[in-house]
Write a protein that binds this ligand. Structure first.
Ligand code: G16
Length: 544
C-alpha cells in the first residue's frame, strides 16, 4: 500500500464560510474537489505526523464515500490514528466531545448542517482543532490560500475501510478505531445533568415530551439518552432514523421547517415540552405547549437558571452571544455580575472565550446553545438542560419564560430571511445600506433615536485578533436594534438576514405577538434596505 501523489489543479471557490465549506453534492463529486480541500487543510496544519484525527459526519448522502477518501489521505499524510464513528456517523457535538476526550490533534466533520441532503442536496466539510472547536480564522484563511495554489495531493492505493464494525483496523501505517458514535457523548451528558431528577420528571404522568430528530443524526443519540437511559416512553423521539436524504426534508429546527413538531405543540393536546435538532445535531429548538422559546430567550433563561444544573450550579464565568442574538442574555449577565461578550456570527468565535474561562454558556439566535463542556453548540445538551430546569422548577415552559420576562423585561425578537437572492443584488443592497449608516446617527426613526450605526468589528479579548465586516447594526436609544447580514452558510445565491429587536419591561406589555410588537422596526428595516424594490420579494422566505 504505497503512497501515491496525484497531480491536480486548483478550484477557485473553496473559501470556507461561517462553518466550513458547503456546496452542492455535485460540486463535491467533481474529480479532485474534496481531495484538494482536504490536502489544503492538512497543509495548513503544523506537524501532523504521528497524530490522531477524528472523522465523522451527519450521515447525509456522500458521507461514507467522503470518509473513505479522507482516511486514505490522512494515512498518506502521516496521521498515526483515526477515530471514526461507526458507519461514518458522528454528530457535530459528539465529534467535539471525542476530539477533547481522546486528546486528538483535530477532526474532520462532514456536514452541511440543516441544509437539505441527497444527490441534489448539499454537502460540507470543516476542520476542528484540538480544543474540539471549529478552526479559527487564521487556519481557515490558510486553508483557502492553499486551495488556490494546490498542484498535488497524497493518498494511498488501498481498499476501502469497513466502517460498519466497531474495533481496530489498519490502513497502511495508520490505525483506524471505529467507535460507537453515541457512548462517549452520552457519558458526558450524564456527568453534567441530574439524570435522576430528569428520570423522575419523565416518569410523571402529567409530563410528556416530543423530540423531533428530523430524520437526521440526533435520532440514535436521542433514542439512547432520552428513551433508553432516561425512561421517556417509546415514541417520544420522532423521525429518529437518520436517512441519507433526511427524508427529503429540511432539518432546520425552526417554526417553518419543523412543521410536524410545531403543529403538535400548538394543538389542543400539546405535550409539555417539544424539541428538535438539526442535520448534524448542534442546533436546538425548544417549545412548550403552545409556546415558542426564542433561541436568545433560551440562552437567557438557561443562564438565569444555571443553579438548577449540577455542572453549572457553582456559577458561570461569563456568557457569550453572537452579535445578532438578542440582548436578553446581557441582562442576566448584568444581574449575575459576570462578563458578557458579543462576538461575530460563527461558533468559532466562542472558542478562545471558553478556553480562557471567560464564558461558560454561549448562544446564537440561529438556534445554537452550548457551554464549556465541548467547543461546538449542542442540540441535545440544550434539551437536557431544559429538562433539568423543568424537573427542578416544576413549572411549565411558558410559566418559566413568563416569570423571566417579568423579572428582566422582554426582548421582542425576530429574524427575517430572504433566501436565494442573486448575489450581486444582495451585495449591492448591503453596500448601499452601509453608505447610509453615518447619516442615520442622531435621527429619530420609528419613534426612536438612532444612537449608533456601523459595520460590526470584533476584537477578540484573548488573542486581540480583529474580525471586521461582521454585519450592519443600527442601534436605538431604547435598546432596539436592526441588524443586517448576508449568511455565510447558504449554497444558492445569497441569503439576506434581517434581525430585529426591541425591549419592553412594562408588565402589561409582555405578552404581545412578536411580529406586531416589532412592526414599526420591520417596516423601517425594509424601507432602509429597499428590500422589495431591489429583490422583488414582498415577504421573507423564513421568519424565526
Ligand atoms: C453555522 C455556525 C453558526 C451560525 C450559523 C448561521 O451553524 O456554526 O455559528 O450562527 O451557521 O450562520 P449564517 O447566518 O452565516 O448562515 P450550523 O448549524 O449551520 O453549522
Amino acid at each position: 500500500m504505497g503512497i501515491i501523489t496525484i497531480t491536480t489543479t486548483a478550484f477557485n471557490d473553496q473559501k470556507p464560510g461561517t462553518s466550513g465549506l458547503r456546496k452542492k453534492v455535485t460540486v463535491f463529486q467533481q474529480p479532485h474537489y474534496l481531495e484538494n480541500f482536504v490536502q489544503s487543510t492538512f497543509d495548513s496544519l503544523n506537524d501532523i505526523q504521528g497524530k490522531t484525527l477524528v472523522v465523522g459526519g451527519d450521515g447525509r448522502f456522500y458521507n461514507e464515500q467522503a470518509i473513505q477518501i479522507i482516511l486514505k489521505m490522512a494515512a498518506a499524510n502521516g496521521f498515526k490514528r483515526a477515530i471514526v464513528g461507526q458507519n461514518g456517523l458522528l454528530s457535530t457535538p459528539a465529534a467535539s466531545c471525542i476530539i477533547r476526550k481522546y486528546k486528538a490533534f483535530g477532526g474532520i466533520i462532514l456536514s452541511a448542517s440543516h441544509n437539505p441532503a441527497g444527490p441534489n442536496g448539499d454537502f460540507g466539510i470543516k476542520y476542528n482543532v484540538s480544543n474540539g472547536g471549529p478552526a479559527p480564522e487564521n487556519i481557515t484563511d490558510a486553508i483557502f490560500a492553499n486551495t488556490q495554489n494546490i498542484t498535488e495531493y497524497q493518498t494511498i492505493d488501498a481498499s476501502d475501510v469497513n466502517l460498519n464494525e466497531i474495533g481496530s483496523q489498519f490502513l497502511a501505517d495508520m490505525t483506524i478505531d471505529i467507535i460507537d458514535p453515541v457512548e462517549d457523548y452520552a457519558l458526558l451528558m450524564a456527568d453534567l445533568f441530574d439524570f435522576d431528577a430528569i428520570r423522575g420528571l419523565l416518569s410523571n404522568k402529567n409530563f410528556n415530551m416530543r423530540f423531533d430528530a428530523m430524520h437526521a443524526i440526533t435520532g440514535p443519540y436521542a433514542k439512547d439518552i432520552l428513551e433508553k437511559c432516561l425512561g421517556a416512553v417509546e415514541g417520544t423521539v420522532i423521525n429518529g432514523i437518520p436517512l441519507t436524504d433526511f427524508g427529503g426534508g429540511h432539518p432546520d429546527p425552526n417554526l417553518t421547517y419543523a412543521e410536524e413538531l410545531v403543529t403538535e405543540m400548538f394543538s389542543d393536546n400539546a405535550p409539555t415540552l417539544g424539541a428538535a435538532s438539526d442535520g448534524d445535531g448542534d442546533r436546538n429548538m425548544i417549545l412548550g405547549a403552545n409556546f415558542f422559546v426564542t433561541p436568545s430567550d433560551s440562552l437567557a433563561v438557561m443562564a438565569a437558571n444555571a443553579d438548577c444544573i449540577p455542572a453549572y450550579k457553582n456559577g458561570l464565568s461569563g456568557i457569550a452571544r453572537s452579535m445578532p442574538t438578542s440582548q436578553a442574555p446581557d441582562r442576566v449577565a448584568e444581574k449575575l455580575g459576570i462578563e458578557c461578550h458579543e462576538t461575530p456570527t460563527g461558533w468559532k468565535f466562542f472558542g478562545n472565550l471558553l478556553d480562557a474561562d471567560r464564558a461558560t454558556l454561549c448562544g446564537e439566535e440561529s438556534f445554537g446553545t452550548g457551554s464549556n463542556h465541548i467547543r461546538e453548540k449542542d442540540g441535545l445538551w440544550a434539551v437536557l438542560y431544559w429538562l433539568n430546569i423543568l424537573a427542578v422548577r416544576k413549572q411549565s415552559v411558558a410559566e418559566i419564560v413568563g416569570q423571566h420576562w417579568q423579572e428582566y423585561g422582554r426582548n421582542y425578537y425576530t429574524r427575517h430571511d430572504y433566501e436565494a437572492i442573486p448575489s450581486d443584488i444582495a451585495k449591492q443592497l448591503m453596500a448601499d445600506v452601509e453608505l447610509k449608516l453615518p447619516n442615520l446617527v442622531g435621527q429619530t426613526l420609528a419613534g426612536r433615536k438612532v444612537t449608533y450605526a456601523d459595520n460590526f468589528s470584533y476584537t477578540d479579548p484573548v488573542d486581540n485578533s480583529v474580525s471586521s465586516n461582521q454585519g450592519l447594526r443600527i442601534g436605538f436609544d431604547d435598546g432596539a436594534r436592526i441588524v443586517l447580514r448576508l449568511s455565510g452558510t447558504g449554497t444558492e445565491g445569497a441569503t439576506l438576514r434581517v434581525y430585529i429587536e426591541s425591549y419592553e419591561n412594562k408588565p402589561d406589555k409582555l405578552q404581545q405577538d412578536t411580529q406586531s410588537a416589532l412592526k414599526e422596526l420591520i417596516v423601517l428595516a425594509e424601507a432602509l434596505a429597499e428590500i422589495t424594490t431591489r429583490t422583488g420579494r414582498t415577504q421573507p422566505t423564513v421568519i424565526t
